[in-house]
Write a protein that binds this ligand. Structure first.
Ligand code: ZN
Length: 374
């Protein structure tokens, strides 16, 4: 499908040590690849973060590839190769970002190059690339999307290149993700001597009863596309060194991964109401990493699925598992799905991708571009 090789671009990207928030020249490398192909590249710096939007064509359909050039740190443990050398050993490309997700960025750019070289462009192809995916994602995809929306640049469909496959290329397309909310709870009581409980108000008992009530029934039974939502208490903290003292307060932290039966708001309300049944005085702060979203299966997802199957010989499963990704922001604007490399080594020491798999992903993306008629 494409004769453009993604390997040299993937190596060049890995050689930029772009640990969030640093860019280290990574987006220059990408821009230098795209501009000669005819892409109009706009650099969008927000705060300390480099972002990039590139588009070729002005007609529809408009197909966008979204990804990130930032990476997590190499970590303290020793690597088999230099983590930012982009070295190929025995047919395997090593380096931080090889699979998450400089490899996929290079695969898409190469696929676009092949599509253009073959004279196949009918609509528009764009790339939404951020340097702020692995950290707070404040000055990244969200702000680029706002910029795109103001200029009428929202695509008809967006594909995020996160690693989605557990073991083999073609296994899994993600069409949604669960949301995530973390609650930090402190329950207050009245401190006192354990031998005189009528003079105390034990906050540990109140907290434990409230948590037990939260865990008593499942949040839901799951949906056609989502696992049941899951509440996990991650810590209960009292820090009381005395066995004969009822403490003044008790704390806990919990996280809920939730499907589209809930919103962060509805869950926060439920948590507060449950706490209020067991504790008169408490504080709760919540942080929301993202709402759940779903791109309902339909013609666009079918087109993507058929293209992946045709290119890989594997029938992909539609899935909504795993953590959050920037797709949660894109879903507010347009249909979005995710397909990338095998994720087995993401964020690990010796992160790597077999060169054959990298080229196969590029062939998948080339097939996808043709299937969407862009
Ligand atoms: Zn990633």
């Amino acid at each position: 499908m494409t004769d453009a090789d993604p390997l040299p671009l993937a190596q060049s990207l890995i050689r930029c040590a772009s640990v969030t928030p640093a860019d280290a020249g990574a987006q220059n490398v990408l821009a230098a690849f795209l501009e000669p192909l005819g892409f109009a590249v706009t650099r969008l710096r927000f705060g300390a973060i480099e972002n990039l939007f590139a588009r070729i064509g002005s007609d529809g359909p408009h197909f966008c590839f979204a990804g990130h050039t930032d990476v997590v740190p190499a970590g303290a443990a020793g690597w088999r190769t230099e983590p930012f050398a982009g070295e190929v050993r025995d047919g395997v490309l090593y380096g931080r970002g090889a699979c998450d997700m400089k490899g996929a960025v290079a695969a898409f750019a190469a696929a676009a190059a092949g599509h253009l070289a073959a004279g196949k462009l009918r609509g528009s192809i764009s790339l939404l690339i951020t340097g702020d995916e692995e950290a707070d994602a404040i000055d990244g995809t969200v702000r680029v999307l706002d910029w795109m929306a103001e200029r009428g640049q929202i695509p008809d469909f967006c594909l995020v290149g996160e690693p989605t496959n557990p073991a083999r290329l073609g296994e899994v397309i993600k069409i949604g993700r669960r949301g995530s909310i973390t609650a930090r709870i402190t329950v207050h009581g009245t401190q006192g001597h354990v031998a005189y409980p009528h003079r105390c108000d034990n906050p540990v008992h109140r907290l434990v009863r409230a948590l037990d009530a939260m865990l008593a029934a499942p949040l839901d039974a799951g949906t056609d596309w989502f696992e049941p939502s899951s509440l996990q208490v991650t810590t209960i903290d009292v820090g009381n060194p005395a066995s004969n003292v009822v403490p003044a307060s008790a704390g806990a932290v919990l996280n809920i991964r939730f499907n589209d039966r809930h919103t962060a708001n509805s869950l926060e309300g439920w948590l507060r109401a449950t706490l209020a049944r067991y504790a008169e005085r408490f504080e709760m702060t919540v942080s929301v990493s993202g709402e759940s979203f779903l791109t309902s299966p339909g013609p666009a997802v079918d087109t993507l699925r058929a293209a992946v199957a045709a290119a890989t010989g594997v029938q992909p499963r539609l899935d909504t598992g795993g953590g959050t990704s920037d797709a949660r922001f894109i879903a507010r604007h347009c249909p979005v799905a995710e397909f990338g490399l095998v994720g087995a080594t993401m964020h690990q020491v010796d992160e790597c991708v077999p060169v054959d798999e990298l080229r196969a992903l590029s062939a998948v993306y080339a097939r996808v571009l043709a299937a969407f008629g862009v």
